[in-house]
Every structure is written in C-alpha cells, then in structure tokens.
Write a protein that binds this ligand. Structure first.
Ligand SMILES: [Zn+2]
Length: 444
C-alpha cells in the first residue's frame, strides 16, 4: 500500500546581498524588526498577554502605524516572536514557583525576556521568493512599500536536489555579521511511502539504540546495537548549568552563559541524533526495511502520571526529537514506520510472555523465571517489539532461537555473527557513535 506523507526540513544557505543598497536595506530591516519585537514584548509583558488573538489586538495596530513602510507579515511575525518569548518565560517561572522553598532560596527566579542582540528575521512565505536567473539562485525579499531586497544564494548540488518539487514554507534570515547572512529555508515535500515486509525493529535507550533487522528476502536477521554518548553529553552540561547557577551572581551574565551552553548542548545532541538516525535509515534503505519503534503515546501517558523513572528517561534522552528525526529519515527514503506497543518490553519473556521484574537478572542477563529462557537482556525488548508488531512470534526450537512469521510462515534462526555491521559505514566508525555486539540470526 502506498501512502503520501508530507515531510518538512530546514536547510541553511549562505546568502550574499547583490548590491550595497540591498545590504543597507537588510540592516535597516533587521533594526526595525528588532525594535518591533522589543515594543511588542513591552506591550505583552505589561498586559500579561498569553494568546495570539490578544497579542494581535494590542500590538498589530500600534506597530503598523509606527512601521508603515514594512510588509504587514513582518509586523505579525514580530509580535508572534515576542509572544513566544513571553510564553517560555512564564513556563520557566511556573516551574520555578513549583520548586520547594528550600530550593527557591538557592535558585533565583527567571529574569524577564529582553531583546538585546537579535540576529534573526522571520520570513513569512508571503514575503520572499526564490528564482533561478541565468543559472543562479536569487532570493527576493519584499520589505514592503515596493522595496525589494535581492540576494545571491550559495547553492550546493544537494540543495538543487532538495528544492526539486518542494514547497517553500515560513523561513528565517540569520544575520551573523555584515558578510555573514544565512537563509534558513523551510521546505515541504510530498513523498510516497511504501510498505515493506522487511523490518528494522529498534529499542531506544539512554546509552544505545538496540536493533533487530529482519530480512525475509535473504532469510536472515541481525541483532546489533548502536552505542552513543548522548547521556554523557547531557549529564556534562547539566553539571555546567548547575555550577553557573551557583557561582555566577550577575543575572544578565548568568543568563548569557546559560544560553551559550544551552545552545552548545543542543547542537551537540542534535549532531548525534542526526548521525544515529541517518545510519539507521541507511541500513533500512539497503535492506528495504520498514521501521518498527515504540509508540510515542505510551510515553506521553506516562509523563502525565509523572513517573519519576520516565522523567529521568526523558531528561537523559530526547525521545520525542529522536522519533521525529527517525520518522522523517524513513519517510524521506520511502520507508514506512510501524508503531508497536512498548509496555513492559524489557521484563516480558519473548518466548512464553511471562511478565516479571525479576526476569531481568541484571543489565546483561535476562532469565525467564517460568520457561528458563536465557538471553542477552539488551535485545529482549527488540524481540518483544517484533512480536508486538504483529509480524510473527519468537520461538525456541531444538534449543535455538527462531523468528516465525505469521504471513509467509518462514522461519528464521539465531546465529552468532562475524564482527561486521550490516552496512559499510566507515564514516561513522569514528567515535562517538559506535556499532557493536553484532549477532546475526540466519536460516539454518
Ligand atoms: Zn519465558
């Protein structure tokens, strides 16, 4: 069955103002835009505005009168940004209010948002267009009042591929300096997603992504694990944040430092997420396999219950982001995503279905208290997710592990594999993403 999915992605492109006038117009636009954010932020804070509607009522007319030369979409984007800043401040404030009194005395409340050195201009889809002129890509921004700013877009060959058949969404301009201007272009694409019988089952953990690749075409399957250092990165930055909060007394310096390290942490984690998800999607593409992953809804339900353990899990690994990235990468390659029930997958016996915390003897060993099935604990959740995905069951025959499929009735058995990953990925061998502990399940 073929379904159409819409995928969205942002690409960063260097742009160069075509003339000196374009450059000056850009700087004056940035200046005006920043003032508009500052003014709307003032109005929003003063009136404790929380809804888009209210922000529009109070800000739009005022700004429109003061900046009549600007395209009205810039006015809208400016107060929208101010509102978003105020909302995230309120979120932090509420979080702080909920702290116990003891902690409140140590940690000062978040400071009100300010606009100091803004570098970003939101570009509503109505305010810009991209055109090819004599084989050059040119960005035209409509500033308002019939003033147009033109930029040459530095284009790489992959960008040309990405732009084919893509729709352009609301984007951003990033002004790092006079000669460093970027376009953060949002593109939307319709992709055809097919269903495949081969499956890549993944179990997402704080230190590794454990995988089961079931390849019905070749009648073999592989159990492997991708280790990563995301938890280490996060613990590290948490330590840095704590020490900043403790040692730096000057509020504005403290906020700046926190923002700086927060940015670095996000970049670093994002880089890892991209590497891991690309690797998995490339493996899946090579084997024509759909993704089987845990259901995100379970995650959300648990959060509402405020389970301590789950909050810890969420704080050590960005599950939502990971799932967002991996789904995107699979859809982009025309591969489907199947959600499977992830409840108790680490303590359930994949053979007899017996659920018991004590089945999990330690980090390495799983030993079923009912049927005596013993296996590497790391991969038990994968096996359970496989059987939850409705593809087949996991069974033991003459002392060996098999996957028995429901649809094709094929039987796939377990073997220890040579020490090779299921795909050539020299570019990932370097730390910090490592593939290890490969087991291959093959037909006997
Ligand atoms: Zn059992």
């Amino acid at each position: 069955m073929i379904t159409i999915k819409i995928i969205e992605k942002t690409i960063k492109l260097k742009i160069i103002p075509l003339t000196r006038t374009d450059k000056n117009q850009l700087l004056s636009l940035l200046n005006d835009y920043t003032s508009m954010i500052r003014e709307s932020l003032g109005i929003i804070i003063k009136n404790d505005v929380r809804s888009r509607k209210k922000a529009h009522e109070l800000c739009y007319k005022v700004l429109r009168e003061r900046y009549p030369h600007l395209h009205n979409k810039f006015v809208q984007e400016a107060y929208k940004r101010a509102l978003a800043m105020y909302r995230s401040y309120r979120k932090l404030l509420n979080k702080w209010k909920r702290l116990p009194e003891k902690k409140k005395r140590k940690i000062s409340p978040p400071s009100l948002p300010t606009v100091e050195d803004n570098k970003v201009i939101e570009l509503h889809a109505d305010t810009y267009r991209l055109e090819r002129r004599h084989d050059f890509l040119v960005l035209t921004v409509s500033k308002g009042n019939s003033v147009y700013l033109r930029f040459l877009v530095m284009e790489y060959s992959y960008v040309r591929r990405e732009l084919e058949g893509a729709k352009l969404g609301n984007s951003k301009m990033l002004v790092e300096g006079d000669d460093e201007v970027y376009l953060l272009l949002t593109i939307r694409k319709n992709v055809e997603v097919n269903e495949h019988r081969n499956k890549l089952v993944i179990d997402i953990n704080e230190d590794s992504i454990d995988c089961l690749l079931v390849d019905y075409d070749r009648n073999e399957a592989v159990l492997f694990s991708i280790g990563h250092d995301i938890r280490k990165i996060r613990t590290n930055y948490r330590r840095i944040r704590k020490s900043i909060q403790k040692k730096v007394k000057n509020l504005s310096i403290r906020d700046k430092l926190l923002a700086k390290y927060g940015y670095r942490e996000r970049k670093c984690v994002e880089d890892r997420l991209k590497k891991i998800t690309t690797l998995l999607a490339e493996i899946a593409r090579k084997y024509n396999a759909d993704l089987v992953r845990e259901n995100l809804k379970d995650l959300r339900l648990n959060v509402r219950k405020k389970s301590k353990q789950l909050n810890y899990r969420l704080s050590t690994f960005p599950y939502r982001k990971f799932i967002e990235y991996i789904d995107y990468k699979f859809y982009e390659r025309g591969l489907s995503v199947v959600e499977a029930d992830a409840k108790k997958t680490s303590i359930t016996c994949p053979i007899c279905g017996y659920v018991d915390k004590r089945n999990r003897v330690d980090k390495e060993t799983f030993s079923c208290r009912r049927c005596n099935f013993i296996f590497n604990a790391q991969y038990v959740a994968c096996l359970n997710l496989f059987s939850h995905s409705d593809d087949g069951i996991v069974a033991i025959r003459s002392g060996r592990l098999f996957l028995v499929t429901r649809k094709t009735a094929s039987v796939v058995a377990v073997n220890v594999a040579p020490d090779e990953p299921p795909i050539e990925m020299r570019w990932l061998r370097e730390k910090p993403v490592q593939v290890s502990k490969i087991l291959i399940i093959t037909k006997r």
